[in-house]
Design a protein around this ligand. Structure first.
Ligand code: PLP
Length: 241
């Protein structure tokens, strides 16, 4: 099979899986978006997904993303394409990410909020972006700071900091279940945390949860966005995260 047919079949299969998950959970499929994760795959694969109708794409590493997006934009002048940052971000990469990201799913510490807020405000003033950078706070469900994510007890404070940064717009939460955790328990807890925060931030409705192996569980627990890489594009090198 050529690459186009391969990706077309995979996309169809993932959409069917997502639809079935929504039906089983008694949810409207329009409530859950599919976010293709293109990290480690070439720009040509992004083009194939684009030609198949995808308009949102996620990347996890700033350097790889910045050059891939530049290549993509040189070929496709379509303002409706939106790039999401879902990986660990270093503070000194804030400027680059604020230049291309529609939404960051992985904000997890106060020091990053200041840097990213300033970078996004500068990009707005320079006309490099039209809207504030949407922010999802990444939650650590097991409290292990090594794996990324903010402590549950810090979320309210962080949301407040994001909301008071002119360049940023707090939109909701993201989490990756801890290794070996029961996905239903993990996503169930995430859903409760999300509901609590929404009492204060009713507009922040996004819940970025679910990947190739656990999207059904995430949809059952209120996910509004599943981030899918492997099921669409195949397996990545072993060193990837
Ligand atoms: C790589 C990655 C994904 C995609 O994972 P798959 O298991 O390949 O679907 C989702 N979310 C984040 C944060 C990632 O880094």
């Amino acid at each position: 099979m050529n690459r186009v047919d391969e990706i077309e079949a995979a996309l169809k299969a993932v959409r069917e899986r997502l639809d079935a998950a929504c039906r089983t959970a008694g949810r409207d499929p329009l409530e859950v978006s599919l976010l293709p994760v293109t990290k480690f795959f070439p720009e040509s694969d992004v083009r194939i997904l684009y030609d198949l109708g995808c308009r949102d794409f996620a990347e996890a590493r700033e350097q790889e993303a910045t050059s891939k997006i530049e290549a993509f934009r040189a070929e496709v002048a379509d303002q409706s394409v939106r790039w999401h940052m879902i990986g660990h971000l270093q503070r000194n990469k804030s400027r680059a990410v604020a230049g291309w990201a529609y939404c960051i799913h992985s904000l997890d510490r106060e020091r990053l909020i200041g840097a990213l807020g300033r970078a996004a405000a500068t990009a707005l003033e320079a006309g490099e972006r039209a809207q504030p950078l949407r922010v999802l706070l990444q939650v650590s469900l097991d409290g292990d700071p090594q794996r990324g994510g903010a402590a549950i007890s810090d979320l309210e404070y962080l949301a407040e900091q994001v909301q008071s940064s002119p360049g940023l717009d707090y939109r909701g939460l993201m989490a990756i279940p801890p290794i070996d955790a029961d996905p239903d328990a993990a996503f169930g807890e995430l859903q409760e945390i999300h509901a609590r925060l929404r009492l204060e931030y009713p507009e922040a409705t996004e819940l970025s949860a679910g990947m190739t192996n656990d999207l059904e569980h995430a949809v059952r627990h209120g996910s509004t966005c599943v981030r899918v890489g492997t099921a669409l594009l195949g397996s990545r090198p072993i060193t990837s995260k």
